[in-house]
Design a protein around this ligand. Sequence first.
Ligand code: FE
Length: 203
Amino acid sequence: MNTYKIELIKLPYNTNSLAPYMSKETLEFHHNKHLRTYVDNLNNLLTQNDIQINSESDLYKIIREFKGKNNPIYNNASQIFNHNFFFFGLTPNSQKIPKGELLTLIEKKWENFENFKKEFTKIAIGTFGSGWAWLIKNKKGNLEIISTSNADSPLNENEIPLLTCDVWEHAYYVDYRNSRPNYLNSFWNLVNWEFVEENFTKE
Ligand code: FE
């Protein structure tokens, strides 16, 4: 019997506070409908399959254990991780630019911060269909920008995610219709660089 349930995260900001870059309607739908559905689906699947979890961190275990194309337990669990990571990576009070060692490494790899943003944007826009763009610390400890499809994340390759942008159409359709470039343009006004820096120094 499964007693512990994965919970829908509470957003660390008001749903109207990311406007005009991300509207209240987009954020409410994304968090309270899309993400909630993944959470409900996963909890139902865990109960149906008699899978016991004991804490929120068991989400990582589930992602690793059920990894595989078209596994609904994996898909829902990984989408919960990705969305939680995405929402915590946004803030109404973005500093617009990272600091310290992270900034130094970004400038070393991409020459300057503007170039980094251009590269990340290019990879986000170029992600075919539904997916995610990520800044990661790879296995060698180097910064890298990657894209993943559908529910996949850098956790699958044991890499450390630092920042992500959700490029599923549901993330931007209400505000930008089909224009992923316009969405990306706005995304840079919302990045929580303190969250990215924390991820960078964690391990
Ligand atoms: Fe999404």
